[in-house]
Design a protein around this ligand. Structure first.
Ligand code: GAP
Length: 511
């Protein structure tokens, strides 16, 4: 199955099984905005809880925060977002459509890559078993020229972006003869920077002021640094963790929940003594990779991507990338942000944001190492990694979401074999006993086989079937999602069994 086909399957599975719906769908939807359905919200909540427990519950020196989405407008001036948080945009004068200029160029490169793939497919067919991919890529003249062209475009684009030379980006678009996908014309405007923040008005007694919807949660942490440090008597090094919505006016809406206008971040700012930041940067870089591995994500699907060109406030930065069906893309960033943010907020607010070190009797502005992950991207990662289609011995196929049981929307499905003869009553009693500790699903309709398939598709790790024997021996049939193995166990043992199998401790222990 091609990456594109796999991705389409994931998107339609998310809709069909109540994980993710397009926002305002009955009104034709809203580009790059999505709603989480009945199963999606459970999985998302569990992912957020895992992150929260890993940060706050597992570290004595990390505490939580829930700051407001609205903040004083000066926050965004100080952070640099008002002046610098923008993308290079270009408009087509005929279609009146706006595009990210760099994405138009990347799409053009994508078309060249598709040509390479076509050549490879043809050669594979021609040479059969003898085909050697590496040799073909480095010796076939056409493919070598395509690859050179991709690299050349990369270099021109990168240099223009780094130097902020927008006219060079326009020249590249013209040179490559890129046309508007809607109008088909090359009638482009100049390239301009377009700020990604949404603004709104707040009415106060002294008039209206312009507010921004936060584009990252991190600034709420910086401005509360001293509040938390003093009220919590926190000693450096310490961290503040926060999860919440962030908003960015992303013009290029694509790849489902990968790039949204309204999304959720999980960020932790770790405040350290200047000079120790590289030690902590390396600690968090490793810790965060371990966290992803603990969730069962395969090593070969994860990699680091070091930032070669650093933002002006950073002295080190790395992304953790996941191999999505459309290629390796960023899921999380770990940034050593120096004292840039606290320093800027001191400058703009006129308030001291310093830490008093009782050992050395000195004040200093702490340095910050940040870990920042998008919850929606993590959700998509889970879907891509764990949604599998299996062919069974009888030739049938089943779709299974093999997420870690702790993350599964429902932990156990309670299924009376038939809807009569006292089986539903017994099943309901089991449901009512378990529901306090586990999110349980109850279902009486359809054949047991169909019910198992539906639970597989939403990732329920265990199914419990109550049959006529259950009335006699007080036992049930327990079915495992992944192996489909079935065994009989006593009803009185069920709670202990589930507690053992679905354990936060097992998961957190691995981080
Ligand atoms: N405070 C640092 C910060 O915001 P970022 O790289 O811009 O850094 C961090 O964002 C993470 O937020 C990304 O790694 C990604 O997972 C997620 N993210 C960013 N923009 C997003 C968008 N438009 N839609 C979904 N997730 C996004």
């Amino acid at each position: 199955m091609s990456g594109e086909e796999q991705f389409k399957k994931i998107i339609s599975h998310c809709k069909e099984y109540g994980f993710i719906f397009p926002s305002s769908e009955i009104y034709e939807g809203l580009a790059a905005v999505y709603d989480y359905g009945q199963n999606g919200v459970e999985l998302k909540n569990n992912l957020r809880l895992f992150w929260w427990k890993s940060m706050v519950q597992m570290h004595q020196n990390i505490v939580g925060l829930d700051s407001a989405i609205f903040m004083h407008p000066k926050v965004w001036k100080a952070s640099g977002h008002v002046d610098g948080f923008s993308d290079p945009m270009i408009d087509n004068k005929d279609s009146k459509k706006r595009y990210r200029a760099d994405v138009l160029i990347e799409d053009y490169q994508g078309k060249i890559t598709a040509k390479i793939d076509k050549e490879v497919a043809k050669a594979k067919e021609r040479f059969g078993e003898k085909f050697n991919l590496d040799e073909f890529l480095t010796t076939n003249e056409r493919v070598v020229n395509y690859t050179k062209e991709i690299t050349r475009i990369d270099e021109v684009l990168k240099a223009a972006l780094e130097m902020g030379e927008l006219s060079k980006i326009k020249s590249l678009i013209e040179e490559l003869e890129i046309v508007c996908p809607i109008s088909g014309s090359k009638n482009w405007t100049e390239v301009r920077q377009f700020n990604l923040m949404y603004s709104t008005q707040m009415t106060a007694t002294d008039g209206e002021s312009e507010l921004y919807l936060r584009p990252e949660t991190a600034q709420g942490i910086f401005v509360n640094f001293l509040n938390v440090q003093k009220s919590g008597r926190m000693k450096i090094p310490f961290g503040i963790a926060q999860t919440g919505k962030a908003f960015r006016n992303e013009i290029v809406a694509r790849q489902f929940i990968m790039r949204m206008k309204e999304f959720e971040q999980m960020e932790m700012q770790f405040f350290v003594k200047p000079g120790t930041e590289m030690h902590w940067y390396s600690y968090w870089k490793q810790n965060r990779m371990k966290w992803h591995q603990a969730l069962g994500t395969h090593d070969q699907n994860l990699k680091y991507h070091d930032h070669l060109k650093l933002a002006h406030y950073a002295n080190a930065a790395v992304d953790i990338e996941y191999k999505f069906p459309f290629g390796f893309k960023e899921v999380e960033g770990i940034h050593s942000r120096t004292d840039f943010d606290l320093g800027k907020h001191q400058e703009f607010s006129g308030k001291k944001l310093q830490y008093f070190d009782a050992e050395t009797n000195q004040n200093f502005t702490p340095y910050v190492v940040e870990t920042s992950i998008g919850l929606d991207r993590l959700f998509l990662l889970q879907m891509c990694e764990n949604l599998v289609e299996e062919t069974l011995e009888n030739g049938e196929t089943r779709t299974v979401l093999k997420v870690n049981p702790v993350l599964a929307p429902y932990k156990v499905a309670i299924l009376p074999l038939v809807k009569k003869d006292g089986l539903p009553e017994m099943a309901e009693k089991i449901y009512n006993d378990l529901k306090f500790d586990f999110n349980c699903f109850y279902e009486e309709k359809d054949t047991i086989g169909k019910r198992y398939r539906r639970q597989d598709a939403i990732g329920t790790p265990f199914c419990v079937t109550i049959d006529y024997d259950s009335l006699e021996d007080q036992s049930i049939t327990l079915r495992y999602r992944d192996s489909m193995e079935q065994k009989r166990i006593k009803i009185e043992e069920l709670h202990r069994f589930l507690s053992h199998e679905i354990s936060w401790k097992n998961l957190l222990d691995k981080v």
